[in-house]
Write a protein that binds this ligand. Sequence first.
Ligand code: SF4
Length: 333
Amino acid sequence: MGSWEIVEKRGSEDIAVVYLLRSRMDDGVFIECVESLDPPVPPEEKWVITLSSQKGCPAGCSFCDASFYYRGNLSEAELLDQLRVIVDRHGGDGRLDSEKIKLHLARMGEPSFNDNVPGFLEEVKSRYPGVRFVPAIATIGPAGREEWFERLKRLKDEYFGEGFFQLQFSLNTTDERYRNKMMPAKKMTFREISLLGDRWVVNRDRKVTLNFALHADAPFDAGRIAGSFSPSSFLVKLTPMNPTRAASASGMESDIGFDGSVSERVLGEIGRLERAGFEVIVSIGSMEEILTGSNCGQLAFARGGHETRDGGRRVIIGDGGASGEKSSDDSRI
Ligand code: SF4
């Protein structure tokens, strides 16, 4: 029967379907997951699955709807059951034969807070032999989780090498003080992230992504990036600040439009980054997808109000599976 019951399903099979799941064991617990495509790329080539790693989130980022409640980590079994909610819907339709299935831990929760995530990914590898999953971890880079990242690196090296793993640090600004204001949890410094990334990338691994969901007030300085990170280990991805409820309440206005437009100040910094040798990608989610409520926490928040009171630059438009600051797909990175 599994850990989860689908209580709401929203969206279109052609673009993105968001599921609101209610725990069968834990009263008042809701999580969300998403499956999406990346038109015009056909499903046989790419399918994106975005999962929650926690029941809500304790990090309290000012722009994110996932942190309105927190009820703990998903167990390994709950993570697997969440994946099955999506995968089992496609039994026999060939979707699991897709050339690439992006498996994002980028919905509700900070994945590095959950010690069950590496074991879950290992289990996925053994339960779905031959399926071309590409795990993608989007993290704010919490401090004190070095062991977790080491374990993840060992897992990547053993099972998902040669470009089959994506790691993204969601920085969102180049100013450490402003970063703390947006993301108040204690975090690794740029220096610590830089050292980790330099060790992370071996052989034909994908570079580590530095993600900036930029809004107009967030300091963004190419010199700070170039002075802290190596372009041989890191690339830079710019995304719009998705219109979450929390972002609107904080008065954040995106510096990048959903039509691909980029403000003058950001364009200037992109040029500086490129001259410093960085690959820069501007990645735009689909507004249609956002209108389905596919930013992290949106559906669960809506439900929570009633039932959980206790508790060379590429510009890519139309990525699948967007979430708060963590846009989901990095081939686009
Ligand atoms: S952005 Fe990520 S880490 Fe921050 S509150 Fe949302 S889910 Fe948690």
